[in-house]
Design a binder for this molecule. Sequence first.
Ligand SMILES: Nc1ncnc2c1ncn2[C@@H]1O[C@H](COP(=O)(O)OP(=O)(O)O)[C@@H](O)[C@H]1O
Ligand SMILES: [Mg+2]
Length: 386
Amino acid sequence: MGSGKIVYVLMHKKIPVADVEIDTDDGEILKVCNIHNSEHIPIGVAIENGKINRSDLNKWWIGRSIPASRSGIKEALEILNVSSTTILLERCFGLGLSDQYWINNPKKPLDWDNINFFENSFSEDVGDALFGKVPKATVDLISPDNTSDGWLRKRWIIADGRRILLKGGSGPAYQEPLNEVLASLIMRKLHIPHIEYTLTEIDELPISICEDFITSDTELVSAWNILLTNRKRKNNISLYHHFLNCCETLGIPNMREAIDKMLVLDFLIANVDRHFHNFGAIRDANTLEWIGAAPIFDCGTSMWYDQYTQNIHPSFKIEAKPFRNAHSTQIKLVDDFSWIDFSALEDIDEEFCEIYKPSKYIDENRQRVLLSSLKKRIEILKSEMK
Ligand SMILES: Nc1ncnc2c1ncn2[C@@H]1O[C@H](COP(=O)(O)OP(=O)(O)O)[C@@H](O)[C@H]1O
Ligand SMILES: [Mg+2]
């Protein structure tokens, strides 16, 4: 493995954005040399006196790599014979399936049309390694799995020409994939724009399946990056209003309505991990025009997924993110509940059982407690509205 530095061009599809010097030993951006196009700099990266803040761009870049906390990552790196997730990032030119940024080596330039994962196939080796499988003799690292966020085991595959994300759960209940399906069901009933999740199994463990909601012409910008566009929150402005102000300044339409729907969903399913990387907005990657809130995804950390059955108490204080630390106070940020059709949730029992019953990691008692807890949350929400 050659040690040293390479000056790459940070690209946004076919548009050169800036020249960046990258340390090939650890994948970090050491220097930003030239800006070619300031409009296409990633959202939330600061520009001061016409210069890109190096540390900001580096954080954004390193943030594209698989987090060190990812389940099974140590074993996967061993299988792939790569020292870190940031090196993986450089080896796949930072290409992903959630946005359109990448790096191009001017000495061996590549063409976007031939390498983007939306229109070209990719290697299965990294995904295999992430699921503990040893790939064939020579490993191909060109995969969107190198830029996927989150700590749950996951991989992208292509099925019938569509890009599909497979995502696992955590023991002992392996409930996250099932919770994704429940959240889809509730959002379908309440007409909340969302990603549809279904179920499969890998090695006898439940896995959720969803389709890429980004195309080669759009991109996901996380709420975190939106928040970084204004880092000076006044003391008298709540984080909720500050975030909505950031969206308004950027010109992202209809965010309040979308956020409020997300807070209602999270209240119902007792989601404890809606951090600022678990929602966001979509923009047109060519015109940079904002399309609106991203459909709701990543709802697995809900329904007491990590709690023993005897510790499930739907009316006790439930931790919340991102605006308040408890759902009981976070729900008070929502001022319009008129759109909620509670009658649509009345006959949920059968569909609920269809999701949880087949799992061998959830016994009948837990299934019963989960259903009654969801119903209790619905009742509590009703009483909140009075
Ligand atoms: N269907 C999708 N289409 C495009 N990008 C997605 C999709 N689902 C997830 N992502 C991206 O992948 C990241 C990780 O997925 P997520 O579902 O949040 O996993 P985790 O539960 O491990 O946090 C998300 O933050 C988002 O950037
Ligand atoms: Mg996530």
